[in-house]
Every structure is written in structure tokens, then in C-alpha cells.
Design a protein around this ligand. Structure first.
Ligand SMILES: [Zn+2]
Ligand SMILES: [Zn+2]
Length: 228
């Protein structure tokens, strides 16, 4: 399976040459996960899966734009003629895609995607605090996890609503620990402003953190291509 990372910048103002695009990855040149930038559509994806309807993952919700391409998402978007709610499995282009609910926001629903092809298993998550334990059995023996890096500090920034529901992002150490139980390789994307102060130091910090949990932890960048 070919994976191309299209964007690695979170919902922040700062930018850097290899970390300027908002979220998106492309599998086998045809299946796109998140469309954080309108220009990603020029790659002409045959299928689109959205992790959640925040603008850095679905550019069209930023200004309530119409979006007419067919796509799958955890919930309906009013201004999309061809949006489909997707919360199960689908077989396309010799890949099996499975949605995995994630905890992130109280205003929008969110989910990651397990992508399987030729015995390879990749998990792509959007933003998250946690994945409920009942889904952990789906995460066994992953060849790669691509996940977010909004906050470096342990615990990230997690808030609680009046009715007791949590929202926000956990920290990179928490995600490294969580996914080290399921994979040997993690690529971090969706960087918060902490990462932009010095990208070399960020790369080093991520790699060292990976070592403490026994995984290969890598700093993703816009345009990074992998073959699995
Ligand atoms: Zn985001
Ligand atoms: Zn989000």
C-alpha cells in the first residue's frame, strides 16, 4: 500500500515549509482521508473519508461551503449533497476500511479509519483524546499508526463540558503509550504550535519519546510518501 501524507499542520496560525497544509492522507493515490485543504481535490481522489467535520480536516466547513463530492463522514453535513454517514466497514479498491469511533469533540462526531490491504494494517486518526477500550481489539498488529500531535505535554489539553463530557486533544506521550500497545511505528501529523519552534528539536523529541515506549516514532511532513 502506498501512503502519502498531504498535510501535517493542526488548526493553528503558525506554519513552516514542510508543515503548512492542514490534515490529509492519500492511500494508493485514490482514497483520501481528510481534506484539510481544497487543493487536495486536484489529486482527484476516487473516495473521501473524513475523520470529523472540523475545518482543518474538512476545509468546506470553515465557511459553510457547499461540498458536492461524494464522501464518507461520521455525521451529516447539511451543505453536502453526496455526504454519507459512515460507521461500519467497506471494501473498495482492494482495501478494507473500518471506522473506529474516537473521543475528541462534543460538537462533532469523530472517528479514525483502519485501512487494510494485502495483510497490511494502518490506522489513521484525526484528533483525539482516547479510543474506547471496546475498539482496541480492532487495533491489534498494526503496521503503522498515523496520528495527531497537537500538544506535547502529557495529558494534552482536555476540557470538560457542564454535563461531564470531555473534549480536546491528549498529549503526544499519551498517544505514543496508547499506540505502542498495537504497533511498532507511529507517524505524527497535525502539529500544534509547540512543534514549530524548532522542527529539528521536535523530530528529536518525538524520536526519543518513541524509544521510551519501544516504537519508531517519526515526524511526518507534507509530501512524505511510504510504501508498505
Ligand atoms: Zn484538527
Ligand atoms: Zn478537531
Amino acid at each position: 500500500m502506498k501512503i502519502k501524507i498531504l498535510g501535517t499542520r493542526g488548526e493553528i496560525k503558525v506554519s513552516a515549509p514542510k508543515h503548512s497544509n492542514h490534515s490529509g492522507i492519500l492511500a494508493d493515490g485514490k482514497i483520501m482521508f481528510d481534506v484539510g485543504e481544497k487543493k487536495f481535490l486536484s489529486l482527484d481522489p476516487k473516495y473521501i473519508f473524513i475523520t470529523h467535520l472540523h475545518p482543518d480536516h474538512a476545509f468546506f466547513v470553515r465557511n459553510w461551503e457547499k461540498f458536492d463530492r461524494p464522501f464518507y463522514a461520521p455525521e451529516k453535513y447539511e451543505l453536502a449533497g453526496n455526504g454519507q454517514v459512515f460507521n461500519k466497514k467497506i471494501n473498495i479498491e482492494s482495501c478494507k476500511i473500518t471506522s473506529i469511533p474516537t473521543i475528541h469533540s462534543i460538537k462533532v462526531k469523530s472517528q479514525g479509519y483502519l485501512i487494510e490491504k494485502n495483510q497490511k494494517r494502518i490506522l489513521y486518526t484525526g484528533d483525539l483524546i482516547w479510543i474506547d477500550k471496546k475498539y482496541h481489539k480492532l487495533l491489534k498488529d498494526l503496521d503503522l499508526v498515523i496520528t495527531e500531535a497537537s500538544f506535547y505535554q502529557t495529558g494534552g489539553v482536555v476540557r470538560k463540558s457542564r454535563d461531564g463530557r470531555i473534549f480536546g486533544h491528549t498529549g503526544v506521550p499519551n498517544l505514543t503509550k496508547l499506540f505502542s500497545g498495537f504497533t511498532k511505528k507511529i507517524i505524527f501529523v497535525h502539529f500544534g504550535s509547540w512543534a514549530y519552534k524548532n522542527m529539528r528539536e521536535t523530530r528529536h523529541a518525538i524520536s526519543e519519546l518513541g524509544k521510551t515506549y519501544g516504537v519508531d516514532a517519526i515526524l511526518g511532513y507534507d509530501g512524505l510518501e511510504l510504501n508498505l
